[in-house]
Design a protein around this ligand. Structure first.
Ligand SMILES: [Zn+2]
Length: 299
């Protein structure tokens, strides 16, 4: 399994280099690397796209709570996705936590840039190191498109290709919203200095990696990985699997009927076994927090 995992990581890192070898530039002159691809693996970028742009006119003290910045044109569909998220205990309690928090402002906006994806960014911390603001940008076709199973084993389970059941698009959208809430929940717990250092150094790491023949043993990369607390791929997979863990909590609440729930959870298990084995514990802890008869083969 370890060798499969390494093979997957090599494939991911190799995919990062696509932009490096694309034709179009002068011979011997590689095209400039796409900053987005330098920042994170392309399979993640395919879902998350770019970080949301800073909201205009954001005052320092935004008063806390949740600010929904949704154009009228899309208000109807957004309302459906939100209602679906709030139909679960997990959705309601997390929403209420941010809605009632006077010291943290969560902005939710709709984006045209990444129609079937979503992303979270614009993180702000106060001088005491507490997270005080974040922005979740949702694609306006959030109810379509299934992220890949490598980094998104939970959201991908909704494909259910081998089951007669069909999961509604609004549930897919609400699961993506849960994934983004998972990012916010997690970022509030990490060391802000380390997080900011990672954002700063990961593109630097990838730039060296892509220009040194993809040699991860390069002393410059070993030093950067030491400062970062891991390689960029390890850092990104850790972040994504926290998002996925929260998506799993949502789906666990959303599907109480055993057969459909077991179809979903078995599919998650397969993908996590294949791609996220060393992160299995955080997912297992969620499954184990439910009644035993709902383990669906996870025990
Ligand atoms: Zn994510």
């Amino acid at each position: 399994m370890r060798s499969l995992r390494i093979a997957v990581m090599i494939a991911l890192l190799a995919s990062l280099s696509f932009s490096f070898s694309r034709s179009g530039g002068a011979v011997g002159q590689p095209e400039p690397l796409d900053p987005l691809e330098l920042a994170c693996p392309s399979l993640i970028a395919a879902y998350h796209g770019a970080e949301p742009l800073p909201a205009t006119m954001v005052p320092d003290d935004q008063g806390g709570g949740i600010k929904e910045d949704i154009p009228d044109k899309y208000a109807g569909r957004y309302r459906e996705w939100k209602k679906e998220f709030l139909s679960t205990d997990a959705g309601r309690s997390q929403w209420a936590y941010y809605q009632d928090n006077r010291h943290f402002t969560l902005t939710i906006q709709l984006s045209h840039d990444n129609a079937e994806g979503a992303t979270t960014g614009n993180y702000k911390w106060n001088e005491a190191g507490q997270l005080v603001a974040a922005t979740i940008a949702l694609g306006f076709h959030l109810d379509q498109g299934y992220p890949n199973p490598i980094y998104f084993p939970v959201m991908n389970s909704l494909l259910l290709t081998e089951s007669p059941n069909r999961i509604a698009g609004i549930t897919l959208a609400a699961t993506k919203l849960a994934h983004e809430f998972g990012h916010v929940n997690r970022t509030a717990k990490v060391d802000p200095k380390q997080y900011q250092l990672q954002s700063q150094l990961m593109p630097q790491y990838n730039r060296i990696f892509l220009s040194n023949g993809r040699n991860a043993s390069d002393p410059r990369l070993l030093e950067l990985a030491r400062q970062l607390g891991g390689t960029p791929v390890e850092i990104w997979e850790d972040r994504e699997y926290w998002g996925e863990a929260n998506a799993m909590v949502y789906l666990g609440d959303r599907f109480t009927e055993d057969s459909l729930r077991c179809s979903l959870f078995s599919r998650m298990r397969q993908s996590i076994d294949l791609y996220a084995k060393s992160y299995e514990e955080r997912f297992l802890a969620i499954v184990q927090s439910t009644p035993a008869h709902r383990f669906c083969g996870w025990q």
